[in-house]
Design a protein around this ligand. Structure first.
Ligand code: IPD
Ligand code: CA
Ligand code: CA
Length: 274
């Protein structure tokens, strides 16, 4: 069994920092060669690939028996423990120069997330957590805060974020109906472009909730851990506990007036589509 302590957290933070500094440097130098993947809006840059390569090499050196499942190489390892890696979450923002994106790394034991790190690229701020040990934000200055969800308990007072899938142009099941429904109920609704950071902000109390319908495990494994460690709730659209195999995700401060109300609004909206 793998024994984890704060030294492992610091080691993973250091790897995420190195990757974050690499991609920031590549952006400052000018990005070349931006390509599309599943749709014209689904981008991959040379920095995504370089970041994943750096993370893989650095983690393999320290943890040779732990496999890695990363977005860009996308082959699932057969090891008992494995890393989930999103080398840049918020690639569209990154490619356009909008500074809301992160390097995302989780350590998995099967479907259980043991450790998570979300390195916010342009700020040097990092969110991290270990199962059962709480989740924290560390500023570039070194100041640390334990993450704690907020206590807003009504949608009409809530600040909420969501995200749209890359198939939004080719299917009516694209979060449009859900968005319109929640728009009428929420205090404020945003779409910021990094699921990893959206979850970190739910955990810190800067947002009351985040939902999205088509997510990959590397987008959200660290953030789901942070939200739970910070006292919030993470489910699928049916209200079942979220796991890395769930595509839809609803995360919130856990208050029924937010979480249950959001589940209900999403279900209502989806009646018209499915
Ligand atoms: C995307 C971001 C975005 C979310 C998409 C994700 P990527 O990840 O997290 O906020 O709406 O569903 O795919 O492509 O930037 O790594
Ligand atoms: Ca992602
Ligand atoms: Ca990515």
């Amino acid at each position: 069994k793998m024994h984890l302590d704060q030294r492992d957290v610091e080691a993973v933070i250091d790897v995420a920092r190195q990757a974050g500094e690499l991609v920031r440097g590549m952006q400052e130098a000018g990005l070349r060669n931006i390509k599309s993947k599943s749709s014209a809006g689904d981008l991959v840059t040379e920095a995504d690939v370089a970041s994943e390569r750096l993370i893989r090499a650095a983690l393999a050196e320290r943890y040779p028996h732990v496999g890695l499942w990363g977005e860009e190489s996308n082959t699932m390892p057969d090891t008992e423990y494995f890393w989930l890696v999103d080398p840049i979450d918020g690639t569209s923002n990154y490619a356009f120069g909008l500074d809301y994106n992160a390097v995302n790394i989780a350590l998995q034991h099967g479907t259980t997330t043991l450790l998570g790190v979300t390195w916010q690229i342009h700020t040097g701020r990092v969110y991290y957590g270990r199962a059962g040990e709480g989740a924290f934000r560390r500023e570039a200055s070194g100041v640390e805060t334990r993450l704690q969800v907020n206590d807003v308990d009504e949608l009409r007072r809530a600040l909420i974020t969501t995200g749209f899938p890359y198939h939004s142009g080719t299917s009516a099941d694209n979060n449009g109906a859900e968005f319109v429904r929640v728009l009428a109920l929420a205090g404020g609704l945003r779409c910021l472009g990094s699921a990893a950071l959206d979850l970190a902000h739910v955990a810190s109390g800067a947002l009351c909730a985040f939902w999205e319908g088509w997510l990959n495990p590397w987008d959200v494994a660290p953030g789901a851990l942070f939200v739970r460690e910070a006292g919030g709730r993470v489910t699928d659209y049916a209200g079942e506990e979220w796991s890395i195999n769930s595509k839809p995700l609803v995360s919130s401060n856990g208050r029924p007036g937010i979480h249950d109300a959001l589940l209900e609004a999403i279900a209502e909206a989806r009646k018209g589509i499915v």
